[in-house]
Design a protein around this ligand. Structure first.
Ligand code: ADA
Length: 559
């Protein structure tokens, strides 16, 4: 499945998941040639566990011909796509989807190849050796769609709350591949029907924006995550459907008021986890059942938010968050980039592409309430500050409704405190620094108040401690589960009880693999700050967090 609900009743879509052939194109001997399961990371294959290089996946496609669209949920991290040996697409970034439209394809058998590359070359500004692992392969689902003369590229729904209730602003974009200069577009949501004729411009694109009032709305809330469906359908001159797209959305509002974050008008207390897409033997290609299991565990702690540190997530996971009423901070890809890294000639373009793809594909998820950028990058430099400003401006132009933020560790030199809607602090008292949680926070708060951050809501976007699963001891020294559990209790206590902090996002939900070449090598080559290990076995910290989070309210006024 590429999504967790039906997105088409007219357009034919078939999955290309399953077994593909895989080989290493840069090795003369056919060592490593095998069959691989898609979606999957090649690190799951024997002999490929530490492979960093190019891997070429191939399979046969039998089609009745016509216009086809290949949809890739994610290829890690660079993809070159070949159709019968001809290159048809190039895409950079493991964490964003892309597609390829092929017109007038002949009926019969064809060869589809995808060459994935997970090397850290100079071309790659965002995938670098890091405190998480960049796996290799076709790591998210792939599908093939049959298109007619035109198809719907996207439908975005923006919920708008006004004094009398709710409206929905709908934006749709349609592309023409062949055929007539105009097309009919019928849409239906919550019992409201619209019908329009769209005329294509010289580039073969047509778009439409409409705002409709929606009566009797049930709001999407963490307690009652009500989802609605919009169906958009292209029609020919006889009114017959030729293409369609079904999307899900919800009615909810997120905004700030002074130092508060308001969800549907109520002050939110964030109780969250940072979660990497990484799971035991599956790597970043986390199967649906395991995603579901993660949400079961996370919800059982009483948490209400997940931060997708530090990249856009698989859309199936976001679908699950919509269903579970789990709030999401989705982040564009970047972690810990130095000034030198940000000055990579590809950095600005690769970042802009990532942001554009993330917002376009994930716009409708009601669960996403924050867009984040540039975790712990060079915010202390003037060049870095300009990049932050550029990315915030891009996000604001694409989405005027969600809150923008960035997690900083440059507490006493950050030049960007004035830019985001919410100031977010990554801090590790009693782990990397000797201060108590309150001492450290108060020092930072005094600084940020003088440097653009005064009067804004504040989130603790990361804090925590490492614990090696199963390492226990009366000594309660660092790396024991005992030390982690005790520190987590202190952190939750310090950061959820102050009026000037809107909540805490613990680092992290589950242990994850880190790159061996990353400068701060870690025990077991893992970031061990999870409250569960890579196989989701609970550490003592899981129970501590659960005991504390479940006693805390979702909204501040309920205290
Ligand atoms: C940082 C960073 C995380 C992780 C964490 C840690 O704040 O944002 O990705 O590396 O520190 O475990 O040290």
């Amino acid at each position: 499945m590429i999504r967790l609900f039906d997105t088409h009743a007219v357009r034919l879509q078939r999955e290309l998941n399953g077994l593909w052939k895989l080989h290493r194109p840069d090795e003369t001997e056919q060592a490593g040639t095998c069959t691989a399961m898609i979606p999957g990371c090649w690190e799951m294959l024997r002999g490929w566990e530490n492979y960093r290089g190019r891997g070429e996946y191939t399979r046969e496609i039998i089609t009745g011909g016509g216009n086809l669209r290949l949809v890739f949920g994610g290829v890690s991290h660079t993809a070159d796509v070949f159709w019968d040996g001809q290159k048809v697409a190039h895409h950079y970034n493991a964490f964003t989807p892309f597609d390829v439209v092929l017109t007038d394809v002949a009926a019969g058998s064809h060869t589809l190849s995808v060459c994935a590359d997970n090397r850290y070359t100079e071309d790659s500004a965002l995938h670098i050796p890091n405190d998480y692992h960049t796996y290799g392969g076709i790591t998210r689902p792939v599908a093939l769609e049959e298109l007619g003369d035109a198809y719907i590229r996207f439908v975005h729904v923006t919920p708008i709350r006004y004094a009398g209730g709710w409206m929905a602003r709908i934006t749709a974009e349609v592309r023409r591949l062949s055929g007539a200069d105009s097309v009919g577009l019928r849409m239906s949501l919550c019992g409201v029907e619209t019908e329009d004729t769209l005329t294509f411009d010289e580039n073969g694109t047509a778009s439409l924006t409409r705002t409709v009032a929606v009566p009797d709305v049930r709001e999407w809330t963490p307690e009652d995550p009500q989802l609605y469906t919009i169906t958009a359908c292209l029609t020919d001159e006889n009114g017959h459907p030729t293409d369609d797209l079904i999307e899900r959305f919800g009615f909810r509002e997120i905004r700030t008021e002074g130092t508060k974050i308001l969800l549907n008008g109520r002050p939110l207390l964030v109780k969250g986890f940072n979660r990497h897409e990484d799971y035991g033997i599956f790597g970043c290609a986390v199967p649906e059942n395991a995603m579901h299991h993660d949400l079961e565990i996370i919800r059982s702690t009483g948490a209400n938010l997940i931060r997708t540190c530090h990249y856009p997530n698989d859309q199936r996971f976001l679908d699950l968050c919509d269903e579970y009423g789990m709030l999401v901070w989705e982040e564009a890809h970047a972690r810990g980039l130095s000034l030198e890294r940000m000055q990579n000639p590809n950095f600005r373009r690769q970042s802009a592409d990532c942001i554009a793809e993330m917002v376009e594909h994930h716009y409708n998820h009601p669960s996403i309430v924050f867009w984040g950028i540039l975790n712990e990058c060079a915010a202390e430099t003037e060049y870095g500050r300009d990049c932050y400003a550029e990315q915030f401006a891009q996000l604001r132009s694409l989405d005027k409704t969600r809150l923008l933020t960035t997690a900083t560790c440059k507490h006493f030199s950050d030049l960007t405190y004035g830019m985001p809607d919410v100031v977010s602090l990554n801090l590790y008292p009693q782990w990397y620094s000797g201060n108590t949680p309150v001492q450290l926070y108060e020092k930072i708060k005094a600084y940020l108040d003088q440097h653009g951050g005064a009067g804004k809501p504040i989130l603790i976007s990361e804090c925590g401690a490492g614990a090696v699963y199963g390492y226990r001891g009366f000594s309660e020294v660092k790396w024991t589960e005992d030390y982690q559990a005790k520190l987590l209790a202190d952190l939750i206590d310090a950061y959820t009880t102050r009026e000037d902090i809107s909540g805490i996002i613990l680092w992290q939900y589950a242990d994850c693999r880190v790159d061996e070449e990353w400068f701060a090598s870690r025990p077991k080559t893992q970031n061990n700050k999870g409250i569960v290990d890579m196989y989701r076995r609970p550490k003592m910290g899981y129970y501590t967090v659960r005991d504390m989070f479940t006693k805390l309210p979702v909204y501040r006024e309920e205290k």
